[in-house]
Design a protein around this ligand. Structure first.
Ligand SMILES: Cc1ncc(COP(=O)(O)O)c(C=O)c1O
Length: 418
């Protein structure tokens, strides 16, 4: 007997009739990345023949160091074009452990010692490392504290995994870093983790060692995971930022997310890593095996080379000097410009200026749309990163010196004409 009363009428989606199979409801809580939306508009305008300076992207404008290309090509010729180990090749995990010990340790008490056999996992870039971290620790309904503003994926991933995001306000007046009291205020019995990422996208700020120590103490008192996305750890223009893992007795609650994307201009290679307690890595390994199987073996070999070869470290240092030079050039232009409604603070790290247009009293989206249309410069609206980004726009320095300088002048000219 057919159960005809179970037949449901078709519904409309984008104007056409579709069947009624259900979709994952969680996607209703997130929207497409505004950063990608702006990038699409910039591409479309360029394709239509307009001369646009794209200062909206967070992708280094440098080529990947040639030695890294050779390492990948040699690995391909050696036959590493099949499945590889899901945990990552041992030489890569060793290179990651050495990088953490060499670059992120703070002597004497904050030694970063990770066992490559059990506490490190190779991932498909930083975003996948973050996904695996959150997938490994979250249960539906768990609350995760995330600063506002912050990189949108930090929030969206928690929502996709059926966690609940509690934004902790980090206003400009607090240098975009939540006061410790604000974290404490956001705590509930359901709080499971805090997510931080310093140097920060989009603001370029990072906190003091004392602040991180206090945050770790707070996490320790309440049994919270500290998930620290440190993909910009090597891009700093003042004193070196301290890793959230570089404190005594924090290892069992700290999950470090990192990647080679920004430091080595390797965004397209999709390779990163997690450094975390063994029980987290075991979950993350299962999640990785069942989602990507492994990172491409020749990419892993290239990554091991990038992390350990001396000349690649020099290439990375040169890229950092170029970003530092562009940052200084922007400040020089700003100082020489005279009266302007735009407030500009030099970033401490990462690849972005977070320009303050609040004096114009216009929504961030409108500011960026108008700067794109009227000045031909692509920026990302501050509100793409949260409520506290209202009136701000993100401008990258991951573009040529000429583009950064010309684009920045065009922005200042637009703002005074306004
Ligand atoms: C804070 C932060 N984490 C992670 C990523 C992504 O890194 P990956 O390219 O290694 O996935 C980005 C990219 O912009 C980022 O800003």
């Amino acid at each position: 007997m057919s159960n005809s009363n179970l037949i449901r009428p078709k519904t409309r989606f984008h104007g056409i009739f579709v069947n009624n199979m259900k979709l994952n409801n969680q996607f209703e809580y997130i929207s497409q990345s505004p950063t990608v939306a702006i990038a699409d508009r910039v591409r479309a305008l360029k394709a239509s023949g307009r001369n646009i300076i794209p200062l909206n992207v967070g992708d280094p404008d440098f080529a990947t160091p040639p030695g890294v290309l050779d390492a990948a090509i040699n690995a391909m010729h050696a036959g590493l074009t099949h499945y590889g180990p899901s945990r990552g090749y041992r030489d890569l995990r060793l290179a990651i452990a050495s990088k953490l010990a060499r670059e992120n340790s703070v002597s004497p008490a904050g030694a970063m010692s990770y066992d490559p056999e059990s506490e490190i996992l190779v991932t498909h870039g930083g975003v996948h490392a973050y996904y695996l971290a959150m997938q490994s620790i979250l249960n539906p309904g768990d609350e995760v504290l995330i600063p506002d503003p912050s990189w949108t994926t930090h929030t969206n991933m928690v929502k996709l995994l059926r966690g609940s995001v509690v934004h902790v306000s980090a206003p400009a007046e607090e240098n975009f870093i939540p006061p410790i009291a604000a974290w404490k205020k956001a705590l509930t019995p359901k709080t499971c983790a805090i997510v931080i990422s310093y140097p920060a996208n989009p603001t370029g700020v990072y906190p003091s060692t004392e602040y991180l120590q206090q945050l770790q103490e707070f996490a320790g008192e309440h049994d919270l995971w500290v998930v620290s996305d440190e993909v910009y750890d090597n891009l700093y223009y003042k004193e070196k930022p301290v890793s959230a893992g570089a404190f005594p007795e924090v290892k069992d609650r700290t999950i470090l997310v990192n990647s080679l994307s920004k430091t080595y201009a390797m965004t397209g290679w999709r390779v990163g890593y997690l450094a975390a307690p063994q029980r987290v890595i075991e979950n993350a390994l299962k999640a990785g095996q069942n989602s990507i199987t492994c990172v491409a073996p020749f990419v892993q070999k290239a990554a091991a080379f990038a992390l350990s070869d001396d000349s690649v470290q020099s290439d990375a240092a040169e890229m950092r000097s170029a970003y530092a030079r562009r940052r200084e050039n922007v400040m020089q232009i700003y100082r020489e410009y005279g009266e302007s409604p735009v407030q500009v603070t030099p970033p401490q790290g990462a690849l972005y200026f977070f320009l303050d247009f609040r004096a114009l009293k216009m929504p961030s989206r409108e500011i960026c749309d108008r700067i794109l249309d009227e000045a031909g410069v692509g920026l990302v609206p501050g509100t793409a990163f949260g409520e506290q980004g209202k009136g701000f726009a993100r401008m990258t320095i991951a573009a040529s010196d000429v583009d950064v300088e010309t684009g920045f002048r065009a922005i200042l000219d637009w703002a005074v004409r306004k």
